[in-house]
Design a protein around this ligand. Structure first.
Ligand SMILES: [Zn+2]
Length: 182
């Protein structure tokens, strides 16, 4: 499967989020050419601002791998063979988590101008071996390869859709938004 084909699956996840009135971001994690986990943003449903699509997908794998008895080193080995496809550039929090977990490569759709951790605001995908926050073995950021701009227009269209349909949790917009019949 091509990068575009995996991104289409990530976009499906983003559409699922949109249908559930969540900010439409979705992702899939791929190992050996196969999707092994997917996630969509669930910050509203969980009332937890950290439940980004990437975190949802990562937690599926962590639970699975821990349940079959993989220790931290083996979990790290698994992540080193995985790629992530996400519709929007990972935020600072997610980019940092992905870097610590040591994911191999990240492909994203549109840039995240406000919170992007892969070049837009910070560059957490570039490994921080010397000026690492803690310097401890467990939390050393490994960095990852990162490619943006894959099906970016489709990802942006979903955001536009979301803000046009009106996000009940968003601050009031400066311009009137169309309100559908109730
Ligand atoms: Zn995030």
């Amino acid at each position: 499967m091509s990068a575009t084909a995996f991104m289409e699956l990530a976009l499906d996840q983003a559409k699922f989020a949109l249908d559930n009135l969540e900010v439409p971001v979705g992702c899939v994690i791929v190992e050996d050419g196969k999707v092994i986990a997917s996630g969509s943003n669930r910050t509203n449903a969980t009332r937890n601002a950290t439940r980004h699509a990437e975190m949802e997908a990562i937690d599926i794998l962590l639970q699975e791998w821990q349940s079959i008895g993989l220790d931290q080193t083996l979990v790290a080995d698994k992540f080193a063979g995985c790629d992530l496809y996400v519709t929007c550039e990972p935020c600072i929090m997610c980019a940092s988590a992905l870097s610590i977990l040591g994911i191999r490569e990240v492909y994203y759709g549109c840039p995240n101008d406000k919170f992007g951790g892969c070049g837009s605001v910070m560059s957490l995908h570039e490994s921080l071996s010397s000026d690492d926050l803690t310097g401890s073995q467990d939390t050393r950021s490994r960095g990852f390869k990162c490619t943006g701009g894959i099906m970016a227009e489709e990802a942006v269209a979903l955001f536009r859709n979301f803000y046009e349909q009106g996000n009940p949790n968003a601050p009031k917009p400066h311009r009137p938004v169309r309100v559908d019949q109730q």
